[in-house]
Write a protein that binds this ligand. Structure first.
Ligand SMILES: *Cc1c(COP(=O)(O)O)cnc(C)c1O
Length: 380
């Protein structure tokens, strides 16, 4: 509905929102979508949003969709915010909520980002996509490309479990198994894009996946009656959801809809914690993590293109970073299960981190804290 342009997250250069947006041509850093928020009437928005069907596209005034355009949708978003018994979960003395992203169409929050990216690209004439993926992003791209009548090709590490590959195949995607790591898949996907003209929707190589992910925070604020939570705990790989949540709060503030803010905590695995290490060292970008190892695939990202945006959000919000062990993640995943939540290991990582943050006092008495269960247990 509203006009939008693109702006480099690092150097601030502005570009028109033309088709096939990638990264900043000047500095190769991620682009962010900027709306003409001055021209959006903020006051009436919460009411319009709540009157529409409960998919993430209800927030269309601040999504990359023009007035008469329709999204490529499978009903993504509108997931519940479930209250936990904090004492039983291991985080006593505050209000503990889980944004249950496992209830999305393909079982993870990747659906939000890929619904937005596939929507924008297909509206601009793209009919062939490629992505490197450890599983969930590949399945989400495959589903949304199928929905749009487009072709999807997924580069996947050879050691990816068969069930994950099968999920991509079910949606008719072309699968390429790679004898290597996700970084090798990334290189092959880029080569395929250069060779064939397929559009590469790898994390932060295009600006619209962040827009889809930011709707998680727009929903949370609505579900909390219009106020943001005191803190969120986010299992961080490439960081799109964290960057998106921070961006959502900024936009709500500019629209005059909120005044408070939220502390952002990034959770990573002890075996792959580049963002946490950089945060602890006070750096503003994260060095590549060597020999990354964790069974939480979503967190096995040794170098994130948006590292500086994640670190800025952690610092500016007064939050921080926490690394948790494989054992802590496993135990916490079961504690979510004990309250009826089908949690991926990344969701368990968020609860494990919240437990630590409560013990150190970073999460205070009576605060409202939201954990992200980024996928359901069946995605494994
Ligand atoms: C991709 C993924 C993550 C990491 O998300 P980012 O936004 O890239 O940090 C976490 N959990 C699951 C289940 C994922 O699929």
């Amino acid at each position: 509905m509203s006009a939008f342009a693109l702006e480099c997250g690092r150097c601030g250069t502005r570009y028109p929102a033309e088709a096939r947006a990638t990264v900043c041509p000047e500095c190769a850093k991620p682009l962010l979508v900027r709306y003409d928020l001055d021209r959006v009437p903020g006051a009436g928005l919460p009411e319009s949003w709540s009157s529409r069907p409960a998919t993430m596209w209800r927030f269309r005034e601040i999504l990359p969709l023009r007035e008469h355009e329709s999204p490529v949708s499978l009903g993504e978003g509108g997931t519940p915010l479930l209250e936990l018994d904090g004492a039983r979960a291991g985080v006593p003395g505050l209000r503990l909520l889980v944004k249950d992203e496992g209830q999305n169409p393909t079982g993870s929050f990747k659906d939000r980002g890929l619904s937005a990216a596939v929507t924008r690209a297909t509206l601009d004439g793209v009919d062939s996509f490629v992505i490197p993926s450890a599983g969930n992003a590949g399945a989400a791209l495959a589903a949304y490309a199928a929905r749009a009548g487009a072709v999807a090709r997924v580069y996947i590490p050879e050691d990816t479990p068969a069930g994950v590959v099968r999920r991509c195949e079910l949606y008719g995607a072309e699968i390429e198994r790679v004898d290597g790591l996700i970084t090798d898949c990334g290189r092959l996907a880029a080569e395929h894009a250069a060779r064939t003209g397929a559009f590469n929707v790898s994390t932060l190589k295009e600006p619209y996946r962040i827009e889809g992910k930011k709707t998680m925070m727009l929903e949370i604020v609505a579900q909390l009656g219009g106020s943001p939570p005191d803190a969120i705990v986010y299992p961080t790989g490439g960081g799109t959801g964290l960057i998106g949540s921070w961006k959502a709060l900024h936009e709500l503030r500019v629209l005059g809809l909120i005044s408070d803010t939220t502390r952002m905590y990034s959770v990573q695995a002890e075996g792959c914690a580049p963002v946490v290490r950089a945060w602890e060292a006070g750096e503003d970008s994260a060095a590549m993590w060597k020999n990354a190892s964790t069974k939480a695939w979503g967190l096995r990202v040794p170098a994130a293109l948006g590292d500086f945006l994640i670190l800025d959000a952690l610092r500016a919000s007064g939050g921080g970073g926490v690394a948790v062990s494989e054992e802590e993640m496993d135990a916490a995943t079961l504690r979510l299960g004990q309250q009826g939540i089908s949690a991926s290991i990344e969701g368990g990582a968020a609860l494990a981190a919240a437990t630590r943050l409560r013990e150190t006092g970073a999460l205070r008495d009576d605060e409202t804290v939201v954990l992200f269960n980024t996928g359901n247990a069946l995605t494994y």
